[in-house]
Design a protein around this ligand. Sequence first.
Ligand SMILES: [Zn+2]
Ligand SMILES: [Zn+2]
Ligand SMILES: [Zn+2]
Length: 303
Amino acid sequence: MLPAQQGSFRLFRFKRIDVHVHWSWFIIAMYSVSQRVPNYTTPAWAVLEYVMLFVTVTLHEFGHALACRQVGGTANQIVLWPLGGVAYVAPPQRAGATLWSIAAGPLVNVVLLPVFIGLGWACRWAGLLENNPDFVHFLRALVVMDLSLLVFNLLPIYPLDGGQILRSLLWYWCGRARSLQVATIIGLIGGVGLVALAVWDQSIWLGVIAYFLLSQSWGSFRAAGALRKLEQLPRRPEFKCPVCHALPPRGALWVCPSCKAAFDPFATAAVCPHCQHANDTTMCPNCHEARPHRSWDASIVDA
Ligand SMILES: [Zn+2]
Ligand SMILES: [Zn+2]
Ligand SMILES: [Zn+2]
């Protein structure tokens, strides 16, 4: 779980997606608004600019969430916290589904760019910008903000969108675990580069972001190692996951919910050999969906 989920509250709900805001977001908001105030003759413009940043980030996250739903994944929550937005998406574990879920976020910024530029032109054409330097600055800020979000998110540093897009592309070529290993190694190198940049620029903010990216990359690198071990285990061809159709690996990789001992449900018809507890469902190590043990029989043909 990311730290963003703790200490956040629900702001609104749209298309069955809850948008949460972390309490610390408001402190950052106040600081950011105060930073923007000197650019305008009235503080209201600074507030409006920050509201638009909020809207842009939220739209970006909705891009991820709705794309993830489109390919059959689950996405129910967006959390806005000081380091940006996080869409909690679980796309199906396929390269194409993951690629679309990730790419849809930056694509929102690509679509917004001509919208913001066009808005500026329309306002100029309508004569709204004459003798109104605040409005001119605001419209410029919208374009710069959208472009900055786009460029930053596309850096190939896992888990930034760019790093995850790179991972999804590598997935076609070298598989789920290997692609994650390669992308997270690049992410770790990029993260170290950001730390160096933060020291050189004496930017605490960049340092915090670099630390966050490094810790996430490291966690995912370790998960990739575990995933690779799992991929290399021998399989049981007489069973298959009713959801993702992956063959289950051989070995005591499941934990009995009753006695917490490790066992292999495919060797014992889902009865725990330690406490004799009969498990109704078996979780798929590939897609993490739990389904009735009977439905894992490979001879069952999908309707
Ligand atoms: Zn994104
Ligand atoms: Zn599965
Ligand atoms: Zn047991």
